[in-house]
Design a protein around this ligand. Structure first.
Ligand code: G1P
Ligand code: ZN
Length: 543
């Protein structure tokens, strides 16, 4: 097998965003495109020579081809071993676990998360470091830098590796170890949670429905929920991963997980509903007729995690991304826990987890996780919920109502304005940025502005600073507006407007969220001059 050095030139725009490099699949399929980025990863981490890496993905279109290219490039770059999920499949949290458990030098995950898949849709490549988490800002910077300097990449001339059978084979001098992508992850979950209690709950007639959205969690959910915990067959729906996710967006929200929403809103609904995304790191939780907002889910998990064996000693602290609602802060305050506010993106939790400052963390975008891995983890959140419900002997609706009665309710919604021309989106942000200092003291839509700033994050562990992570406007009585531009889109700009208002009056807890946020929404439009800059009066998505 010959080791080839192929001449290439830097390709513009290979700057990783919030979560690795995401582009249209056809862009990734262009000559040298994937190869350049993979070589830049190897160069950015100081070479692949002698290293052991994990490789897998969410099963989307082109993932199997990309995995073969990456294996040949890893071999030509001198890697010692690559541990690959059977069929090139592996969920993001399972990859994080394997990187940690096997003490590898990191891993490459082929996914564009919840974005649709297929030849005309999205693809992505991300590198996770030896701690199992997304590459730090520093490593990401080095990878990007390498993309701008490439003159060649190395690749082995070889046949495809056989990824369909578990076991070891060689590719040049490198060992390719094909593993069951589910086994180690399922074993970890069994260590963390009281499977007996959950099994007893299910044996007692508690019914659940898990929507795998034709994505990677299907095999995981089948093995754990139906196999180990005894949920009846068919409790996991859309369980077979498909390259195009059945034509939908594998995004666990009420819009895209409509099948689950209909089941949970129907007659004779199951007691518990959940969904996960393309690569298995996001989650949505539902009760009969109830959607649990991810920010509320984080708060509930923080309040009750000590009911699960893994967290019985209590939490070291908690963290949320800045735009996530402050519901978890209220819990942390009541329990005397440290609560950190980080920029959007899971990579910012890594240092806090590694340093033992936090045990639990989450984002409003349906991500929750803990120190068991260094990624958010969809099925983990589902199992922690089930463990809590099993111990408390409460339903989802009862638990939420009890939570709000104890801590108050932070009404919360994110409004996305998609496909805005980048210049217009940047003009909106620039305009508001310039006016931030003048806002405090003004009254807008009947609410007075108490403070306004731009969020810069000072990492308390390594002292690094991440600037310009979102514009924040604080209103009276706990209201808050946050604006930022998405870092995961593949075309144009998405303006994300995060809206929050707080109530401690139980008479309001059942209000419709968009109604309850009426004043804050109105204030956001006026303060940010959204129509003036974008011509839009309504968002494309209300999450
Ligand atoms: C989005 C979410 C963010 C999440 C990321 C990756 O990023 O907002 O919370 O970490 O996807 O799943 P954004 O598009 O806002 O940059
Ligand atoms: Zn994801």
């Amino acid at each position: 097998m010959e080791r080839l050095t192929i001449e290439t030139t830097p390709i513009d725009g290979q700057k990783p965003g919030t979560s690795g490099l995401r582009k249209k699949t056809k862009v990734f399929m262009q000559t040298h495109y994937l190869e350049n980025f993979v070589q830049a990863i190897f160069d950015g981490i100081g070479g692949a020579d002698g290293k052991t890496l994990v490789l897998g993905g969410d099963g989307r279109y082109f993932g199997d081809r990309a995995a073969q290219v990456i294996l040949r490039m890893a071999a030509a770059n001198g890697a010692a071993r690559v541990i690959v999920g059977q069929g090139a499949l592996m969920s993001t949290p399972a990859a994080s676990n394997l990187i940690r458990k096997r003490g590898t030098d990191g891993g490459i995950i082929l996914s564009a998360s919840h974005n649709p898949g297929g030849p005309d849709e999205d693809f992505g490549v991300k590198f996770n470091g030896p701690n199992g988490g997304p590459a730090s800002e520093e490593v990401t910077g080095r990878i990007f830098e390498a993309t701008t300097k490439l003159s060649a990449y190395r690749i082995l001339e070889a046949q495809d590796a056989d990824l369909s059978n578990i076991g070891e084979q060689t590719l040049g001098d490198m060992i390719v170890e094909v593993v069951d992508p589910v086994a180690d992850y399922a074993a970890l979950m069994e260590e963390l949670f009281d499977f007996d209690a959950i099994r007893a709950l299910i044996d007692g007639g508690f019914r659940l429905c898990f929507d795998a959205m034709h994505a990677v969690t299907g095999p995981y959910a089948k093995a754990i929920l139906e196999g180990k915990l005894g949920a009846s067959e068919g409790s996991v729906i859309n369980a077979v991963p498909k390259p195009d996710f059945g034509g939908g967006h594998p995004d666990p929200n009420p819009v895209w997980a409509k099948e689950l929403v209909d089941i949970m809103g129907g007659v004779n609904a199951p007691d518990f509903g959940a969904a996960s995304d393309g690569d298995g790191d996001r989650n949505m939780i539902m009760g009969p007729g109830m959607y649990v907002a991810p920010s509320d889910s984080l708060a509930v998990l923080a309040a009750n995690a000590d009911l699960a064996p893994a967290y019985v000693k209590g939490l070291a602290g908690v963290a949320r991304s800045m735009p996530t609602s402050q519901a978890v802060d209220v819990v942390a305050d009541a329990k005397g826990l440290d609560c950190y506010e980080t920029p959007t993106g899971w990579k910012f939790f890594g240092n806090l987890l590694d340093d033992g400052r936090i045990t639990l963390c989450g984002e409003e975008s349906a991500g929750t996780g803990s120190d068991h891995v260094r990624e958010k983890d969809g099925l983990w959140a589902v199992l922690l919920w089930l463990n809590i419900l099993a111990v408390k002997k409460q339903g989802v609706v009862e638990l939420m109502q009890a939570h709000w009665a104890d801590y108050g309710r932070n009404f919360y919604s994110r409004h996305d304005f998609e496909g805005i021309e980048t210049e217009k989106a940047e003009a909106l942000m620039g305009d508001l940025r310039a006016r931030l200092d003048d806002l405090p003291g003004k009254t807008v839509a009947g609410r007075s502005i108490e403070a306004a700033d731009e969020f810069d994050y000072h990492d308390p562990v390594d002292g690094s600073i991440a600037k310009r992570q979102g514009l924040r406007v604080y209103l009276d009585n706990g209201g808050r507006i946050v604006l930022r531009l998405s870092g995961t889109g593949t075309s144009g700009a998405t303006l994300r407007v995060y809206l929050e208002d707080r109530s401690e009056d139980p008479a309001t807890f059942d209000r419709d969220v968009q109604d309850a946020l009426g004043e804050v929404i109105e204030a956001a439009h006026q303060i940010a001059r959204i129509e003036h800059h974008t011509g839009r009066t309504e968002p494309d998505v209300r999450a």
